[in-house]
Write a protein that binds this ligand. Sequence first.
Ligand SMILES: [Zn+2]
Length: 311
Amino acid sequence: MLLTLPSLADSRLNVVATTGMIADVVREIGGERVEVTGLMGPGVDPHLYRQTRSDVVAMSRADAVFWNGLYLEAQLAELLGRLAQRSPVYAVGEAVPKEERLAHEDYVDQPDPHIWMDPSRWRHAVVAVRDALIELDPEATEEFEARTEAYLEELEALDAYAHEVLDTIPASSRVLVTAHDAFGYFGEAYALEVMGIQGFSTESEAGLSRIENLVDLLVKREIGAIFVETSVSERSIRALIEGAAAVGHEVRIGGELFSDAMGPEGTYEGSWLGMLDHNVTTIARALQGSAPELGWQGRLGRDASHTIEEE
Ligand SMILES: [Zn+2]
C-alpha cells in the first residue's frame, strides 16, 4: 500500500469521507490530527450520488478515502475500486460482521447498508475508523484510542436512552412506516416493525400495488403516523396519506427523519449522535410513546436558528 507522506507544513492527515455520518466519526476519532472533507452534505441521497470533478480531485489527492460500502454508494463503487489499487480506501460499513448484516427479499446478494441506524452495528464502523487512522498515523495511536473510548461511551449512553424511550411506545403502535427501507437495523435493535415504501435503495420508485398494500395495512393496523426522510422525495408518503384518506382513515406525518443524511452542518442534528437522538425522540413521541421534547441531552432543535443567523 502506497502512502502519501504529509508535507512538513501540515502534518495532519487529509482524508475524504463519502457520507456525513462517516465524516462525523472520522472527525470525532481523528480530532486535530485529521482534516476531513465530506462529499455528501445534508439532504443528499448516497444511493444516487455521482462524483463531481472536484470530488475526483479531492479523492485522488487525499491520504485516504472512507466510505460505507455494502452497495450504499452504488454510483461511486467503480471509481473507489480503482482508487483502492493505489491508495488506502476503507469501506467501514463492511466492518459489520456478516452474521450481523440483514438481508432483504428483493435483493438477493446485497446486505442492508444502513448500519448507522443501530449503535451496536455502527460501533464496528467506529472501531474500523480508529484502526484505519492508527494505520495511517501510528504516532497518534494513543490519542485515537482515547478518543474512540470516549466516543463509544457516548454511543452506549445514547443507545440506552433510545431503548428507554422507544420502549414506552404501546404494542399496537410499534410500526414505523418510512419512504424507503433505511430503518431495518433500527427496527431490529428497538423492536419496531418497519416498512419502507421503496426498498433499500431509492433508485426505483414504488409501484401502485406496493402503495395499495401499504394503505390496506395502515387501515387494518390503525396506524396513525408515518414519516418523511430528509434525503428522499415526499411523493410516495403523500400518496399513502391520500390513499388512506380515500378510504376514510386519517394518517398524519409523524415528523421528518434523518435516514441517509444528517442535519445542517455545525448543528447538533448535523452529527451522528444528534441525528439518532432526533430520530429516536421524534419516533417515540409520534407513536404515542413518551420522550423529552428536546431529546437525550436537551439539545434538539437548539442550533437551527443559530445557524440561520450566522449564514
Ligand atoms: Zn438508504
